[in-house]
Design a protein around this ligand. Sequence first.
Ligand code: HEM
Length: 252
Amino acid sequence: MSAPVCLPAWGHTWVDLPVLRLPMPGAELIPCANGCYQIPIDIRSPEDPVDRAVHRWFLGHHGAFLVWRFLSDSLDRLIREPDSQLVRLAALGYDAYSVMLAYSGSCSREVYEDVIRPMMVAFDPAFSGRWARDYEPVPGLLRRARTALGPVAAAPLSTASKANLLAHMEVMRKLVPGGNSLLRESGRTRVPTTDAERARFDEFFLVSRENVCVSRHHAHRAAVLSAIGRDLAEHPLRPEYGETLRTFVTRL
Ligand code: HEM
């Protein structure tokens, strides 16, 4: 019997996170008895700064996957029921996504260049956020919601979504100051995303697509958001991030 002689160049041996189980975008969670999922989901942030940066890259993306789903649901509802409370809720979703961007990308340029970027390159040289299947419906839903609401009623949503684009740009500029993203270097900027790429994005970020019941989903979401909240309380980035996250959690 042969034993493995070395670890793969890319692997999740450093990333001590539970797999995030999600239904496909658009698929419903399975209704269940409230609280039927009882297994504790333990997420701890490592002490070592480089390990913590990698942990944040993955955990922040788990947070983003969960927020994308929340955003799709709230924008979809807003299109059907234009209402000022729902506008504020969807805007809060964008603010929460902006926190996930800043949290995921909170490492130094050096750690990104030496550790995080090579993990993605080894996995796939053209690796890109464009492959995030849960985000794909969001821009179209936002356009439709803004049209349904009109510019005045949609103002909080427009402000939050624009701030979100700036937050993404800020992370990119900080981590890739030369501007040559993996996507540009791959020459695939205009090529439509394939299902295989969507699946690779899930695989890299430890996301498994399956039927998930409501209580399991809520338990995992609570664990991810509270782990990020604890980490931000211990190692703050900007004070408003913790506040945004706390408000978001109370509105779920
Ligand atoms: C938490 C979520 C995200 C984070 C932290 C993030 C961060 C980044 C970073 C650091 C880069 C530079 C990549 C490199 O070359 O090393 C990048 C590029 C890029 N990201 Fe994201 N991203 C996120 C989500 C998304 C999503 C959902 C999309 C979907 C449209 C997206 C679209 C892009 C594109 C198109 C580029 C290349 C931009 C260019 O070449 O000008 N990202 N992102």
